[in-house]
Design a protein around this ligand. Structure first.
Ligand SMILES: *Cc1c(COP(=O)(O)O)cnc(C)c1O
Length: 371
């Protein structure tokens, strides 16, 4: 079976892991963690980052940092991964789901204003497929109503909004290095802290509610319990693996974007003939080759395509049952209908996308469908 995803090895991963073992310090915040932090600070010009064990954890840190409490309202898209919502649900927030854009699964920024109330505390944007949300509009709303902006940039490494790196635009940004993402270490994540007010507390939450990071820097002479927190930091083994991937970022990105472009160009005529839509990238956004998806004519056509591809040993998948209509949330939802979110739930199909993919093979199989 041609897989849907295959984690890419740059070649240096095992070497760095061996080195980490030889250094004799494998718990978090060591040599390779610092190398990874420096990579982001140098290459993306951001002030402060912290590696986490997942994007889920980075989102939970964001929710803690914003001091989300029961009764606070948080606005986010319905068409997203559960972790975007869970992080705020865990703190007792009331979640207000927004519909997606007509031309793109990202949230429709025009629908946000009507959901803002005096209780609204934050807007969480998700840069679906690594394609930016309309950040100027969202930031302006946030400024006007004194709201925080969190970017779930799990899929958005090395992608930009009007030239600015995604994850660096809101107060906080979160990334995933899960094995299905462009840059990965099995399970891993990162929190970007773009507002100085959060820097000190972020380090404390990260180190189980202690001021251990300041102690290691020699700023204090003993460390102890000063706040809530958890074990959000990954081991040096994960950081060592991740550093090898980061060093290959340019190469990985180039390859993925080429594959994406090849899919796009080769399938243009075929999608027209079959009433299928290709992905759309608004002109304020970039494509980072994270995902190649199709919007099928209807759910029957999607099921047919999945079966057709499977029959030719190619695995394609769909995802995101809209969160507002999920078994957990259905009774909590305010009843608004989110038509575009349902369209993507029913009709979006993801094609295989990974570094070593034989994209021509998948394209040829698709071109023989519908003839
Ligand atoms: C992958 C993903 C996550 C979760 O990332 P983990 O690192 O697996 O916790 C969260 N949000 C979005 C949009 C994702 O794609």
């Amino acid at each position: 079976m041609n897989p849907f995803n295959k984690p890419y090895l740059s070649g240096k991963e095992l070497h760095y892991i061996e080195d980490a073992v030889k250094r004799g310090k494998l718990s978090g915040d060591g040599y390779y963690t610092k190398k990874c932090h420096d990579f982001f600070i140098t290459n993306y010009g951001v002030k402060k980052v912290l590696l986490t064990t997942s994007c889920t954890d980075a989102l939970e840190m964001a929710s803690l940092l914003l001091d989300i409490k029961p009764g606070d309202e948080v606005i986010m898209p319905s068409y997203t991964f559960v972790s975007t919502a869970n992080a705020f649900e865990l703190r007792g927030a009331t979640i207000k789901f927004v519909d997606s854009r007509k031309d793109h699964p990202g949230m429709d920024e025009q629908l946000i204003a009507s959901l803002i109330t005096p209780k609204t505390k934050a807007i969480v944007v998700v840069h679906y497929a690594g394609v930016a949300c309309n950040m100027d509009v969202i930031k302006e709303l946030a400024n006007k109503h004194d709201l925080f902006v969190v970017e779930d940039a799990a899929q958005a490494i090395d992608s930009y909004y009007k030239g600015k790196p995604l994850g660096s635009i809101g107060h906080l940004g979160t990334f995933s290095f899960h094995e299905t993402k462009n840059i990965q270490c099995g399970e891993g994540g990162l929190l970007m802290i773009n507002d100085n007010r959060f820097v000190k507390r972020a380090e404390i939450l990260w180190e189980k509610g202690t001021n251990r990071s300041a102690f290691f820097r020699g700023e204090i002479d003993k460390y102890g319990w000063v706040d809530v927190g958890s074990s959000f930091l990954p081991s040096e083994l994960n950081a060592a693996y991740l550093f090898a991937q980061l060093e290959s970022l340019k190469n990985i990105q180039e390859q993925r974007k080429n594959l994406w472009q090849h899919y796009f160009e080769s399938l243009t005529e075929w999608t027209k003939a079959n009433q299928i839509q290709l992905p759309f990238v608004p002109n304020f956004a970039t494509n980072n080759g994270h995902m190649f998806y199709l919007i099928c004519k209807n759910s029957e056509q999607r099921a047919q395509l999945i079966a057709y591809l499977k029959n030719q040993n190619i695995l394609s998948v769909f995802h995101y049952i809209s969160l507002h209509s999920s078994p957990y949330f259905l009774n909590k939802h305010d009843g608004r209908i989110l038509p575009m979110s349902e369209v993507y739930t029913d009709r979006l199909l993801r094609l295989p996308m990974y570094y070593e993919l034989d994209v021509n093979h998948v394209i040829n199989v698709l071109l023989s469908y519908g003839e």
